[in-house]
Design a protein around this ligand. Sequence first.
Ligand code: GLU
Length: 357
Amino acid sequence: MLRNKIFRKIIMIVVILSAISYSKAQNKDLPNVVILATGGTIAGSAATGTQAGYTSGQVGIETMIAAVPGITDLANVTGEQISNVGSQDMSVEIWLKLANRVNELLSRDDVDGIVITHGTDTQEETAFFLNLVVKSNKPVVTTGSMRPSTAVSAEGPLNLYNAVAIAADSKASGYGVLVVMNDQIHSAHGVTKTNTTSVQTFMSPMHGLTGAVIYGKHEFYSKPHGIFGLESEFSIEGVTSLPRVDIIYTGVDSPADLVDMSLKAGAKGIVIAGVGNGNMNAATLNACKNAAEQGVVVVRSTRVPTGYVLRNAEINDDENKTIASDELNAQKSRVLLMLALLKDRSLEDIQKLFYTY
Ligand code: GLU
């Protein structure tokens, strides 16, 4: 009995003390930004500062925040670890966990913005996915780094500083999900990774930069293209998995049986990274027509880094029951198609989604 009483008193004291230290740490004049860490090179480490080989997702969120001097002058920053993976291992399961957490946090009055740290390999896909399923206009910023935290001139800390500065700015509301890397602000719709190792890897070749940021000071140039955030019709409420959509990359004399294999493996959608304007050889097109006739949704995208894939250009989409990706690259076409296939839609409706998102 007495032991129970003492125990309860100790618990009460601990709760009061943590409330006091929390309110001391919170500066009421600053916005509240939550950093959700998923892993990637920004959290990577290597044995020396100059080696190319390293392991992604080694450093925890608290260590990352501690490595950025001045970050707490920008906002009341708290961190949560969602996952700690190289983004080649990003998964639908982590996406859903991340997106649900973002929606939960942004619905609160005491959260003003979110920063997500993420590997660069698949960052554009995660940013685009969140752009379509986050139900808030508050700022959401993804960032990462090309150099691990242990490298000479690691750029992660400044990227994180810049990302927090933007997430803390109410003027960044209504831009959808932003990708902030190397002093540049990109939209989730426009951005793509263009270099395997350089710190200047993210570019927005079709739409240009959304803005720029220098040591936290930032300026927006243009509103992102497409529909996103509160206007997006997609929702992950109650969703526990996404339909399988495969990407098939094509080239000279590409084997058509890759399409048949995908169909046999149970894909609900196939995205062709075609040549030029979403073209493919006759055998592949024939296999796609067959897949489409069996109910698989086939999207023609392209392996070319810029430009549109136009409906009924060299390939007759009406006849082959295919969809033209418009300006989405293969990896973003896959994200849109996975979400589109959560519900029964006509091919006409799916084509419209590619024109609008
Ligand atoms: N594979 C790593 C990743 O995406 C390397 C890319 C990076 O973060 O820079 O997590």
